[in-house]
Design a protein around this ligand. Structure first.
Ligand SMILES: Nc1ncnc2c1ncn2[C@@H]1O[C@H](COP(=O)(O)OP(=O)(O)O)[C@@H](O)[C@H]1O
Ligand SMILES: [Mg+2]
Length: 146
């Protein structure tokens, strides 16, 4: 009996070490939100939100006006905390990285994760062309005329 269980245990160790040597797998979820709360001052807008989005899929957030759809989306690229008095707590894991983790630069997150607003909000003193080109120009991407 003892020998059989030992045999089983050593077989498992061998299998586990083979798993370890395998190529890294793509993340199971593109986005995972875990135990996420958000406030505007003392008013809690998001309470204990957890949800997963698989890679290469679309997700729709549906609900009545004021239920927190926009707030949740603004939390997916650290935009929520730019509103004075707004705070957030929890985890948003994108490509296996918690964008609310220690040492994460919110500017880098905003550069990588875009958001299309319900209403357009161009800089009023600039043409639409210059508004569209602003990000590229700021980042030194030249030759826009071609
Ligand atoms: N800038 C803000 N200051 C204070 N409360 C806000 C602000 N924006 C939204 N809220 C409140 O947060 C809640 C969620 O709003 P929101 O995310 O805009 O809902 P939805 O997009 O689903 O209509 C609502 O109760 C709303 O009144
Ligand atoms: Mg909204």
């Amino acid at each position: 009996m003892r020998d059989i269980s030992l045999q089983k245990a050593s077989k498992k160790v061998l299998e586990d070490s083979r798993d370890f040597e395998k190529e890294p797998q793509p993340p199971r979820y593109k986005v995972s939100i875990r135990d996420f709360d958000a406030w505007f001052g003392t008013k809690q807008a998001l309470k204990s939100i957890s949800l997963d989005v698989k890679p290469n899929t679309s997700a729709a957030i549906i609900g009545p006006s004021g239920c927190g759809k926009t707030t949740l989306i603004r939390c997916l690229n650290r935009m929520h905390e730019m509103t004075p008095g707004a705070t957030a707590k929890g985890h948003v894991i994108v490509d296996d990285i918690d964008i609310y983790g220690k040492g994460i630069d919110p500017v880098v997150i905003k550069r990588r994760i875009g958001m299309v607003f319900q209403k357009p909000n161009p800089f009023p003193t600039m043409s639409i062309y210059d508004n569209v080109a602003a990000g590229l120009k700021l980042n030194g991407v030249g030759n826009l005329e071609n």
